[in-house]
Design a protein around this ligand. Structure first.
Ligand code: C2E
Ligand code: MG
Ligand code: MG
Length: 648
């Protein structure tokens, strides 16, 4: 064996070093899978180094006592590392297939590592029995009669690994599986070769090559771990959920979604947000670590964390109440955490949902199913409801609504407090679906925005409302303008002003008859296109108002920098007008807005008392069920003819 060429080992060494360097440069050492992979590479590297040392010294026989001692040490290092590398390949099969949790059971661990320890002891005691190998001063390295045990061990473990790969085939995906098979097959092949032809030192080279292939094809480190938080990346969550479906394994999932993530990140910087997420993730790990070993946390860049627990029916609300209070009683960074508006849900995957698409969609959109003050929801409470069914089918519902003309514009009269009559109205879209009946725009408008279907709806609204304000009797009905809701995408589309200009010429309407409503979140977006749309349309004579003032995260400063004429105070704030604090806030808001030249609409006024208070506070216009609900065009016109008698 001694005369064997070391050239293969030198290649193996160079390749392993390149892989280590590449892992370091790509920062591919975070997360269990990456760490196991690094272990595989390093163990292979050490094995090669030990083999090179022993070969190098053995090349010059006869040996001295010192060189003999060094060769012994190097060979022990070599054999033990070699056994470890076989184990590390199997570990890789476990971690790459996401089944590492199976190793966490003590029984499996003993079964798995026990023989390895026994063999290590056997190798070390070779020092006394010399049955595996011997180093003689004159002949150098001589194999002992029990060497076959060492090689046999590699073969047995290698075969176990190979068989295991077959059982986890569906977890791995084809590329990964083929690459892993390649690793095992090439190593098995070279072990056999090296056993019968000890001079062909190809074992380490073939291992290094297989590892290189795995590194290049399979390990996409940058995508695997989120670089800033160190959590598992979203892509992995998608893979994991697919894997779980194929394996029909039931797990419990806990999702935290930060509703205001986008706005808060713009206002408070990305760094601060990331620091917050990182800190919360650490605390989550602490809480979970006490309960269960098999869990993983994934992050989604739009502002959510998904915790997957490898156990079914894990009840987060009762088993880990600290987890829920981590976000509800959050006082981190002076209320920064609360500003993000965290909402939570728990899901039993493969029971509540049976495929990744439904699961992922729910994980992102569950806040829609929550009641106003709710912060935690179970998917099981929702998935059997009609509402969920509708959400899921919204693309279908919207397209058939457009096809079959199921959309209709309603108008809600707005009362002029000074003139004591209705001077305008808000146009509100309605959808009557053949299967689900009447659907609230609060549901289908956000859904249409997400599914890229808002433009056909927006165009319908524009057509209808322009048609309405183009009526000859518009002013005779006592109307000044109609308020029209613009969605974010419409507002940010560069064609909006052109489209409106075309409508205006085609239908021959006056721009003063239209008031365009934008929401705070729209107004908060510092977009050149949005700004251009506003400026072009203002120049033509259109006016703008700020809708939903007082909801969510206000970036009032940015909103105020836009040329608006009306501010619409949201119902949620108006609801507080009878409380002491609410009254102070609303009264001051009205006064402040008047001072800077805006007029005020109070939305959602339902009672005479609310009306009286708001009138006394100087609110200019009132919109609400107290005066009138939204109604069809025909009803609205009739309503105006019968009810509208302005005091001149
Ligand atoms: P919004 O623009 O803030 O419209 C006001 C909402 O408050 C309307 O709900 C209206 O029916 C409701 N409302 C008015 N007064 C009262 C009241 O006294 N009590 C109660 N409980 N509610 C009152 P609606 O029609 O369901 O619309 C919800 C949201 O959907 C609208 O909020 C708006 O954001 C969106 N939306 C409606 N129509 C359109 C549209 O044509 N285009 C776009 N882009 N969005 C629309
Ligand atoms: Mg509105
Ligand atoms: Mg509103």
């Amino acid at each position: 064996m001694i005369e064997g060429t070391s050239v293969f080992d030198w290649f193996a060494l160079v390749i392993s070093l390149i892989v280590v360097l590449s892992i370091y440069l790509r920062k591919a050492y975070r997360g269990i899978e990456n760490r196991v992979f690094l272990g595989v590479v390093l163990i292979g590297l050490f094995t090669t180094v030990f083999e090179l040392i022993s070969d190098g010294i053995l090349a010059v026989t006869p040996l001295t006592r010192t060189t003999q001692g060094i060769v012994y040490l190097a060979l022990y290092g070599y054999f033990i590392n070699r056994q470890m590398s076989v184990i590390s390949y199997i570990m890789l099969a476990f971690s790459a297939s996401g089944t590492t949790y199976r190793m966490k059971e003590l029984k499996n661990r003993i079964l798995f590592t026990g023989p390895f320890f026994l063999l290590s002891v056997f190798i070390i005691t070779n020092f006394f029995h010399r049955q595996i190998f011997n180093i003689s001063m004159t002949e150098g390295y001589v194999r002992g009669p029990l060497m076959f045990i060492v090689f046999g061990f590699s073969m047995v473990y290698g075969t176990i690994g190979l068989l295991y790969l077959f059982t986890v085939r569906k977890y791995l995906g084809t590329t990964k599986w083929v690459a892993m098979m390649l690793l095992f097959i090439s190593i098995a092949f070279s072990v056999v070769v090296q056993y019968y032809h000890p001079t062909y030192r190809i074992e380490m080279l073939s291992a290094a090559l297989a590892v290189l292939i795995l590194h290049l094809i399979v390990q996409r480190s940058e995508d695997l771990m989120d670089q800033t938080t160190g959590l598992y990346a979203w892509q992995l969550y998608q893979e994991e959920t697919r894997r779980l479906m194929l394996a029909e394994k039931q797990v419990s999932i806990f999702v935290v979604r930060f509703l205001n993530a986008t706005e808060v990140r713009i206002a408070y910087t990305e760094d601060r947000y990331n620091a917050y997420i990182k800190e919360k993730a650490e605390l989550m790990k602490k809480i979970m670590g006490k309960r269960i070993k098999d869990y993983k946390i994934y992050i989604h860049s739009s502002g959510s964390m998904h915790l997957v627990v490898g156990k079914k029916n894990f009840d987060f609300e009762t088993e880990t109440p600290e987890l829920l209070s981590l976000f509800t009683d959050d006082i981190a960074y002076d209320g920064f955490g609360q500003r993000l508006r965290p909402l939570m849900c728990s899901i039993e995957y493969m029971r509540d949902f049976h495929n990744p698409a439904d699961l992922i969609q729910f994980g992102l959109f569950f806040p829609q199913f929550m009641k106003p003050n709710q912060t935690f929801i179970r998917a099981s409470d929702v998935v059997h409801e009609k509402n969920y069914e509708i959400q899921k089918n919204i693309p279908k519902i919207i397209s058939r609504g457009l096809r079959d003309n199921n959309f209709e514009m309603y108008y809600q009269p707005i009362y002029d407090v000074k003139k004591k009559c209705f001077h305008s109205a808000e146009a509100l879209i309605r959808l009557n679906d053949e299967e689900y009946g009447f659907l609230s725009p609060g549901i289908f408008i956000p859904a249409a925005e997400r599914q890229n279907m808002i433009f056909p709806i927006g165009n319908f609204v524009l057509e209808e409302v322009f048609e309405f304000v183009g009526r000859d009797d518009f002013e005779r009905l006592g109307l000044t303008y109609i308020e029209l809701n613009l969605s974010v995408d419409q507002f940010l589309h560069e064609n909006l002003h052109k489209q409106i200009a075309q409508l205006e010429t085609r239908i021959r309407t006056k721009p003063e008859r239209i008031n365009l409503e934008v929401t705070e979140s729209v107004a908060g977006i510092s977009s050149t296109i949005g700004r251009m749309n506003i400026e072009m349309l203002r120049k033509r004579g259109y006016s703008f108002s700020l809708d939903d003032y007082g909801t969510g995260y206000s970036n009032i400063q940015r909103a105020m920098s836009l040329p608006l004429s009306l501010i619409k105070i949201d119902k949620s704030l108006v609801d507080e007008v009878e409380t002491k604090n609410g009254a102070v806030i609303i009264e001051n808001t009205i006064q402040m807005m008047h001072e800077v030249g805006f007029q005020i609409v109070c939305e959602g006024v339902e009672t005479a008392n609310q009306y009286r208070i708001l009138e006394a506070m100087g609110c200019d216009y009132i919109q609400g069920y107290y005066f009138a609900k939204p109604m069809s065009k025909a009803d609205f016109v009739r309503f105006l003819i019968v009810e509208n008698h302005c005091e001149k």
